[in-house]
Design a protein around this ligand. Structure first.
Ligand code: 13P
Length: 293
């Protein structure tokens, strides 16, 4: 009996949603979270897709602007479409941290499921203006739009005090109400990349934000956040978590190791055959932490 219920729960968890918007609304209501991984090419994309398949979970893959620019949004869309043909679960494609409206428009035109317009480094007024432009452009295509408010530390984003990075509740409300954006990344103390000390998450601020707006929230800086904090955040309204550094650093570390071992005979598919399971291993580890319910 227990097994039947578990299987049923799994089927409900992995149900195919008609739209990504529908999925996010349901995830926020049921305190679940879509795991989203930054990928760079067909190899780490393959690792994420296979890991998600083995764990029977919906997943999102995200391209940072340099990845989208180098591969083009059209080619990345086609790559993901190819993998979708062999995957059992939903794979959604997202443009991550675009600071320009233009790149968001290109991704929308190429058929991305979701785009992020990152106006966290400009004034609230400018952020609202940029976000609204992307929301309006995305509307007819039904593409999800993510905005950011507050700062995610790391990678050149330096902060001097808590007030500097924590999202202001009044500003979050203003941005949400003025733009009608679908999902909102909020600064609550996490940092991009490996951090020398454990990031201190400000759960009190998260609680205030979650009470202030009904939108699904996004937790950035997924590498290095302890599992218990990830899970607590999910229960408090984080419906998408971004995980990047652990994927590309694993990829680069083992690729370098294998290339050095192979020397002049280094041949990409043989190298990647060794590297892929390593990436899959870390992705599965993070999927376990996120899909804890
Ligand atoms: P990490 O690199 O810390 O995992 O963060 C990724 C991220 O937030 C991308 O938007």
């Amino acid at each position: 009996m227990g097994t039947v219920i578990k299987t049923l729960e799994k089927m409900i968890y992995n149900q195919k949603y008609n739209t990504l918007k529908e999925l996010f609304i349901d995830y926020r209501a049921t305190q679940r979270c879509l795991p989203a991984f930054n990928v760079n090419d067909n190899y780490d994309l393959k690792a994420v897709v296979e890991a998600a398949d083995e764990m029977s979970t919906n997943v999102m893959v995200m391209t940072y602007p340099p990845v989208a620019e180098l591969n083009t949004t059209e080619v990345f869309r086609s790559l993901v479409d190819g993998f979708k043909k062999v995957s059992q679960n939903n794979i959604f494609l997202h443009l991550d941290h675009s600071t320009t409206v233009d790149l968001c428009k290109r991704a929308i035109d190429s058929g991305y499921d979701s785009v992020m317009i990152d106006g966290s480094q400009v004034s609230l007024e400018e952020n609202i203006k940029m976000t609204k432009q992307v929301v309006d452009y995305a509307a007819s295509a039904g593409v999800v739009v993510e905005a950011e408010i507050g700062k995610i530390m790391g990678r050149g984003v330096e902060v001097k005090s808590d007030n500097d990075f924590l999202a202001d509740v009044g500003e979050v409300k203003k941005l949400y109400e003025a733009t009608g954006v679908d999902i909102v990344a909020v600064g609550i103390g996490t940092a991009h990349g490996f951090t020398p000390t454990e990031p201190k998450i400000h759960f009190d601020r998260l609680e205030e934000i979650a009470l202030a707006i009904p939108a699904p929230l996004v937790l950035h800086g997924g590498t290095g956040i302890p599992d218990a904090d990830i899970q607590k955040s999910i229960l408090m309204g984080m419906s998408k978590i971004n995980i990047g550094t652990i994927v590309h650093s694993t990829y680069m570390k083992y690729a370098l190791e294998e290339i050095q071992k192979a020397g002049d005979g280094a041949y990409p598919p043989y190298i990647m055959k060794e590297v892929l399971p390593k990436i899959k291993h870390v992705v599965k580890d993070r999927l376990r932490a996120v899909n804890f319910k």
